[in-house]
Design a protein around this ligand. Sequence first.
Ligand code: KE4
Length: 442
Amino acid sequence: MSHAQTVGKSERPRSREIFERAEKILVGGVNSPVRAFRSVGGEPLVIDHASGQYLYDADGNELLDYLCSWGAIILGHANPAIAAAIADQACRGTSFGVTTELELELATLITQAIPFLEKIRFVSSGTEATMSAVRLARGVTKRDFIVKFEGCYHGHADSFLSQAGSGLATLGIAECPGVPQALAGLTLNVAYNDLHAVEKVFAVHKDKIAAIIVEPIAANMGVVPPETGFLKGLQEIAHRNGALLIVDEVITGFRLQNGSAQDLLGIEGDLTTLGKIIGGGVPVAAYGGRAELMNQVAPLGPVYQAGTLAGNPLAMCAGIAALRQLAKPGLYEEMTQLGKHLASGWRAELAEAGIPAQVNAIGSLATVFFTPGPVKNYADAKRSDTKRYARFFREMLARGIFLAPSQFEAAFLSAAHTPADMDRTLAAAREALQTMAAEPAA
Ligand code: KE4
């Protein structure tokens, strides 16, 4: 029985038919687990095309998109300048496996916006970026342990697959089979926003810890901002113990401003990872930091990392076209204003419906947690009523609003979203929440 067949009559017959065929040769019908909608129920979407803030599914339904390809599409879908850049480069060759000036151009745009990145290396996914940054940290410190935070997600490299957020949290996978215990044991998980726990783990493991890796604003357990002093404290603890601080900005890089979240939060990681937005919707990620560290990467140093399509000209052109537009004055202020509009509206509608919930939001990121208490870490987030989130997701989808298909993700706004979209979303939320309020929490 296919997943799609386990639900009622399909409102999307063509999407269902495509998905059922997909399930025969793509694992679960998807190429990334969270797309299977396992935690929110209903039939997974099959998208035909997109434009601006809208997705259009295989049945022709228009959906107001708050996923934005998990944050990558910050300028809106089918952005004309990005599309033109890709089309133009496609006629000049998509990948040569040799350096092009385009790599230098995108690297320059990134390092001008994030000056503490003295050198960077492009890769093709956020996972490659974080995996490489951890390898570099282990290589330069000659230490094996890393510290990560419960509920944070840094991609699917073996070292990160314990107590991770995003898709693992969505599917309830605490420890992933296939990761050797010898390796898993080198990853120390502590609670986000808990500096005391970090001090304790360093007291036990002292000079064996190579690095702390952290999302500066957690977005893979839902949105959880850092408490005041948390990130600065991590930097101080790491350096006091001879470890490096890796700041994973795959989501937050160029999300809150034309540059890093670190700049806004007053910290400077030893290494930074980037992804999503810097590729303009095609596969680009990067890791970078001080030259003294990055020069330890091959071919200059012994820490090996490589990639066939890394820095390919097609992807570089898309990234360049994206970052050039993100430099437009006022762009981020408008998105932040929309984010405030949405978050405050959601809070008001939840209160009006008498449904206990929290809305954690910063800039153009937001998450509704269906829990009465504050959400300051993964343990708090896991207290959320995920069934209620699933119902909210389905009620909103039925009204043409596509939220993240998991409680442990974020809603992403783009520069294509408008105040009218916020009003429409809040009107849909009012109907959805009033409907839900009339039923028991479960
Ligand atoms: P990718 O390998 O998926 O490009 O990036 C991994 C990654 C690294 N660091 C952070 C902070 C991330 O959020 C991610 C990936 N984000 C998830 C969504 N929260 C990707 C969506 C998916 O897995 O399908």
